[in-house]
Design a protein around this ligand. Structure first.
Ligand code: PMP
Length: 434
């Protein structure tokens, strides 16, 4: 609750200057570069509970949470203790451990559609591997993805929609061969008619459809009730594998993931973020019949030197133990609602056109006259200039939001009444200054 003197970011600016000489763009992942919001990217050196501290000593209430993993807040004592215990026994053995069995059992118990699961080291690897096994299982090549959903930097998924509703995608990054994205159909999110039309024409070519069951990479866009149900239906009819990419939503929107909220059972699920407790872990799993196509049982090759790293597994298991406590998600959801209600009231008071979306511990804020944001084009038409100003005003008032109008926000169990009230007070100031 400290009052800050003049807000300074000199140390971050110095580090960014050094970084740009030795790291492309000064960052190891593009969104960190503040391209969408302008100004100097911040460099952080400490996190504790809901708060993080930058190199200039500024403290912020953090709504990034390492982009989702830190559902218990920074330096959760249980996660730290589990890591310390594992450190005493070594960093890794390149062989199997009991911890891997226990975390796999936990994942299968918490997400019943997952009968078998394999650990990898990032979300990208999880989606890439899930798609490979879906192709191996179906002996088909084509993949369907949805506009505005992100599944990591997998070649064939860095695709933007081509012209016309039923065309194949085009590369959305240089370095991706057109022949890869020729294998990918792209449809608008939440558009049930387009979905039916595509499957009618091409259903028997489609190996899998991959979707964020709650889209968290175009700000936050929940699915329309009929969208996921129709997707399940057309996949079943065509013998296509349905993959829910729950890298972001898994153990974040609900204990059983978004699939438990909407009551739709995918064939495969990808996980990441929360399951690693903040360390690099991803996972993919689902029907045993599909998963058993993977080597060494089957002919689909997939492997990893660091897969199932004991440290990642220890942190992840501590996290999964903590989030199973009764009332955890009710309380996280209520906190998040408290935040979005407060932000809306602050915007209304200042006469700023604004709306929010929220599912479990995830939220999205939109500077727009529109209500009920459920399409990519609605997200893209929001006032990005206003978001930029809001973002910087919030930073100056000790609130760290994602530096992009197209990212979701994350609340952790460490965000208490005090943090939510301070955030809403900061928003009142920010909205008044817009
Ligand atoms: N899928 C989804 C839904 C994601 O949000 C992300 C990353 N934000 C990924 C996959 C890729 O994960 P990673 O960055 O760990 O490779």
């Amino acid at each position: 609750t400290q009052e800050q003197a003049a807000y300074r970011t000199n140390q971050s600016a110095n580090l960014f200057e050094r970084a740009q000489k030795v790291i492309p763009g000064g960052v190891n992942s593009p969104v960190r570069a503040f391209r969408g919001v302008g100004g100097t990217p911040l460099f952080f050196n400490h996190g504790e509970g809901a708060w993080i501290t930058d190199e200039d000593g500024n403290r912020y209430i953090d709504y990034i949470g390492a982009w989702g993993p830190l559902i218990l807040g920074h330096r959760d004592p249980g996660v730290i203790a589990a890591l310390e215990a594992q450190l005493k026994n070594g960093l890794g053995y390149g062989a199997s451990t009991e911890g891997e069995v226990v975390i796999a059992e936990t994942i299968c118990k918490l997400v019943p559609s997952i009968e078998k699961v394999r650990l990898v080291t990032s979300g990208t690897e999880a989606t890439m591997s899930a798609i490979r096994v879906a192709r191996g299982y179906t002996k088909r090549d084509k993949v369907l993805k949805f506009e505005g959903c992100y599944h990591g930097h997998v070649d064939g998924l860095l695709v933007k929609a081509g012209s016309g509703a039923l065309t194949l995608g085009e590369p959305d990054s240089s370095g991706v061969p057109k022949s890869y994205t020729d294998q990918t159909f792209v449809l608008p999110y939440n558009d049930t008619d387009a979905l039916k039309a595509l499957f009618q024409k091409h259903g028997d070519e489609i190996a899998c459809a991959i979707v964020e069951p709650v889209a968290g990479n175009m700000n936050l866009v929940p699915p329309r009730p009929e969208f996921l149900a129709t997707l399940r239906e057309v996949c079943t009819q065509s013998g296509s594998v349905l993959i829910f990419d729950e890298v972001m939503t898994g153990f974040r929107t609900a204990l059983g993931g978004a699939q438990s909220i909407y009551g739709i059972t995918p064939d495969l699920t990808t996980l990441g973020k929360v399951i690693g407790g903040g360390l690099p872990i991803g996972a993919f799993g689902g029907k045993a019949e599909i998963m058993d196509c993977i080597a060494p049982l089957g002919s689909v090759y997939q492997a990893g030197t660091l897969a199932g790293s004991p440290l990642g597994v220890a942190a992840g298991q501590a996290m999964l133990d903590a989030i199973q406590k009764p009332g955890f998600y009710e309380s996280l959801t209520e906190r998040t609602e408290q935040l979005t209600r407060g932000l809306q009231a602050a915007a209304d008071k200042a006469g700023i056109p604004f709306t929010t979306n929220q599912v479990g511990g995830m939220f999205g804020c939109f500077f727009t006259e529109q209500k009920d944001i459920h399409r990519f084009d609605q997200v893209m038409s929001c006032d990005a200039e206003r978001f930029k100003q809001y973002f910087h005003l919030m930073l100056q008032n000790q609130v760290n939001l994602a530096p992009s109008a197209f990212e979701a926000g994350f609340v952790s169990a460490a965000h208490g009444d005090n943090e939510i009230e301070l955030t809403i007070a900061a928003a009142h100031k920010a909205f008044a200054a817009l």
